[in-house]
Design a protein around this ligand. Structure first.
Ligand code: F6R
Length: 251
């Protein structure tokens, strides 16, 4: 493991995805053990799957308990049934919640169900405003999105409905029979303002496809053109990167 500090970020370089996942899970374990009723902000996608596997192991071994933990997810696709195999609701239950001792009443995932999505955004925002996330887990899109806040999203946005870019839908078609037409065009997502409210942010960056995003993240640029650059405005961000993603950075 190789630690460096760049700008405001703590960057931890690890060999591969598995090491990234183990370290991320240990970081979350520390948060939960220090504060059993911790509030976690959670992500979906490939980046956190290994972390969730590690957390499940820890829970089975009684090293941690989710009994009093609450979770708030970043986002959910629009126009998918709640129980669709690719909804983020399904993802979270299949990758974590079904296998840990979390109280399902403490699970919050933005809802894209019903006819009034603006109201859903407001409700989620109101819930987020009442709490402070202790640790927000993030992945990053190749285009720099965090949550589904695509390039040119103002940093002061709260939960909102976003039109997904073509390249995000391309990147995610792997979950939809490789057919971009099956990938939803819209998503409900926490805004960058909500994300930045977390006490600590843990960003996972793995694999070749994220190399350019990592370079840009560390460039010092702070611009809505690259949403993850908003993390420069936060004072407690740890980035775990694997070697495949870190190929183009020096240290
Ligand atoms: C997921 C999310 C997205 C993903 C990003 C990276 O809840 O908000 O920002 O973290 O698209 O996805 P993966 O990890 O699949 O490369």
């Amino acid at each position: 493991m190789d630690k460096t500090y760049l700008k405001r970020f703590e960057i931890i370089k690890v060999a591969n995805y598995d090491e990234m996942s183990k370290l991320a899970a240990l970081t979350i374990k520390d948060v939960i053990n220090l504060k059993p009723n911790a509030i976690l902000g959670l992500a979906t996608g490939s980046s956190p799957v290994g972390t969730y596997k590690e957390l499940i192991k820890m829970c089975n071994n009684k090293d941690i308990s989710f009994k009093d933990v609450s979770t708030y997810n970043l986002d959910e696709y629009c126009n998918l049934e709640l129980n669709h195999p690719q909804s983020y609701y399904t993802f979270m239950y299949e990758n974590l919640f079904n296998y840990v001792d979390i109280n399902k009443n403490n699970v919050y995932i933005p809802s894209s169900q019903g006819n009034d999505l603006k109201k859903n955004c407001q409700d989620y925002n109101e819930a987020l405003e009442k709490i402070a996330v202790d640790l927000q887990l993030l992945g990053i899109g190749a285009n720099g999105h965090i949550g589904f806040n695509e390039p040119n999203t103002p940093f002061n946005k709260s939960t909102w409905i976003v039109k997904l870019t073509k390249n995000t839908r391309e990147a995610n078609k792997r979950f939809f029979e490789n057919d971009i037409n099956l990938v939803p065009k819209y998503s409900i997502t926490m805004g960058i303002k909500n994300i930045l409210k977390a006490k600590k942010i843990l960003l996972l960056i793995s694999g070749e496809s994220k190399r350019d995003a990592l370079v840009r993240l560390l460039s010092g640029e702070v611009s809505t053109k690259f949403p993850a650059s908003a993390l420069n405005l936060h004072s407690n961000v740890t980035v775990i990167v694997d070697e495949a993603a870190a190929k183009l950075i020096k240290n």
